[in-house]
Design a protein around this ligand. Structure first.
Ligand SMILES: Nc1ncnc2c1ncn2[C@@H]1O[C@H](COP(=O)(O)OP(=O)(O)OP(=O)(O)O)[C@@H](O)[C@H]1O
Length: 301
C-alpha cells in the first residue's frame, strides 16, 4: 500500500444467499464481484453505476456492516500499521468503528424521532466510551457548531429542523468521533437542490479541515463530477472503469461508462457560466472558502 493510501480493496466479493426462492430453490445474488480499488487519504472516491450495480453493498462491506464473502480490505491506521477489515471479529472492529463512519441518505428516516439532537450526536461517543459528562456535551456542541448548527438547539428533536439541518445533524453524528474515512451513501440525494449545494460545501469544508477521506456513493453524476477526485464505475457488481474524475468525464473508456454519461445531461463546466447553487458552480465557491457554518443555521431560529 502506498504511503498516501488509506484503504486498498483487493478482489472483494459479496454474495447474498437466501434460503429458498421460487419453487423452493436457493437463490443468490453476486452483489459485488471481485472488486479491487484504492482510496487515497484526504481524497474523495466516487462510486457510480445504475441501481443494483452493487455500490451500497461495497460501501457496507467497507464499513463492515456486511462480512464480505471473500477478498481483503486493507486499512491503514493512524500509526501507519495495516489491518485487513475483512477478517476482523466484531470485538476487533469496535475501536475502528470510530475511525470509519457513515452518513446516511435520508436524514428523515436515519434520525430517531424520539431522541434529542444531543442524544443522537452523543450516541457514538457513549457507545464507544469516548466521553461522558461535560466533556460529552462539549464534544457534541463542537460537532454541531462545525456542521453549521447552533449548539443551544441540541435539546430539540429532529422534527424541529429542516431537511438540510437534519442532514447536518447526521453529519455531526458521523463527525463527532473524529473519523478518518467516511462512507457517504447518497448523502445529498434526498435534499432539495438548493440545500444540496450547501451540504456539499459543508462536506468539502470538513474534508479540508480534518483531512477526511470520503467514499461518495451517488447516482448524481454532476455531484460526483464536482466533488470527487477519482471515480469508479460499477456495473453488475464489477468495477468496469476507474479514473481521475476529469479523465473519466472527458474520455470515458468503457462502453458502459459512455452510455451512463450519455444518459444524463452533464454540461462541460468550462462551456457554460455556472448558475449559483448548481453543483458545477460549487467548485468556484469552494475556492472562495465560503462561511459554510453560517449559511443554513440562521434558519434554525
Ligand atoms: N441484504 C441483501 N440481501 C439480498 N440481496 C441484496 C441485499 N442487499 C443488496 N442486495 C442485492 O445486491 C444487488 C446490489 O444492490 P446494491 O444495493 O448494492 O446496489 P446499488 O448499486 O447500491 O443500488 P441503488 O443505487 O439502487 O442503491 C442488488 O441485486 C440487490 O438486490
Amino acid at each position: 500500500m502506498r504511503g498516501d493510501d488509506i484503504l486498498r480493496v483487493v478482489n472483494l466479493s459479496m454474495r447474498f444467499s437466501s434460503g429458498s426462492g421460487l419453487f423452493g430453490r436457493r437463490t443468490s445474488v453476486q452483489a459485488v464481484d471481485d472488486v479491487s480499488l484504492v482510496v487515497r487519504r484526504g481524497a474523495t472516491l466516487g462510486l457510480v453505476g445504475e441501481s443494483g450495480s452493487g455500490k451500497t453493498t461495497l460501501g457496507r462491506c467497507i464499513l463492515r456492516a456486511h462480512q464480505p464473502t471473500s477478498g481483503q480490505l486493507h486499512y491503514r491506521r493512524t500509526d501507519g500499521s495495516e489491518v485487513d477489515l475483512a477478517v476482523l471479529s466484531r470485538a476487533e472492529l469496535r475501536p475502528l468503528r470510530t475511525e470509519i463512519r457513515t452518513v446516511f441518505q435520508d436524514p428523515n428516516s436515519s434520525l430517531n424521532p424520539r431522541m434529542t439532537v444531543q442524544q443522537i450526536v452523543a450516541e457514538p461517543l457513549i457507545v464507544n466510551k469516548l466521553a461522558s459528562g461535560s466533556a460529552l456535551t462539549d464534544q457534541v456542541a463542537d460537532a454541531l457548531r462545525r456542521c453549521g448548527l447552533r449548539p443551544e438547539l441540541m435539546r430539540r428533536y429532529p422534527h424541529a429542523f429542516s431537511g438540510g439541518e437534519r442532514q447536518r445533524i447526521g453529519i455531526a453524528r458521523a463527525l463527532v468521533t473524529q473519523p478518518r474515512l467516511v462512507v457517504a451513501d447518497e448523502a445529498v440525494s434526498a435534499l432539495d437542490v438548493s440545500v444540496r449545494s450547501q451540504i456539499l460545501n459543508l462536506l468539502e469544508d470538513l474534508q479540508d479541515e480534518f483531512e477526511l477521506t470520503y467514499v461518495f456513493i451517488s447516482h448524481d453524476l454532476s455531484v460526483v463530477q464536482h466533488l470527487c477526485d477519482r471515480v469508479a464505475v460499477m456495473y453488475r457488481g464489477k468495477i468496469v472503469e476507474e479514473a481521475d474524475t476529469e479523465d473519466l468525464f472527458e474520455r470515458p473508456q468503457h462502453t458502459y461508462t459512455q452510455k451512463l454519461l450519455a444518459s444524463v445531461p452533464i454540461t462541460d463546466p468550462r462551456l457554460r457560466t455556472p448558475r449559483p447553487g448548481t453543483p458545477q458552480s460549487l467548485s468556484a465557491a469552494r475556492h472562495r472558502r465560503p462561511d459554510t457554518a453560517s449559511r443554513e443555521s440562521t434558519a434554525t431560529g
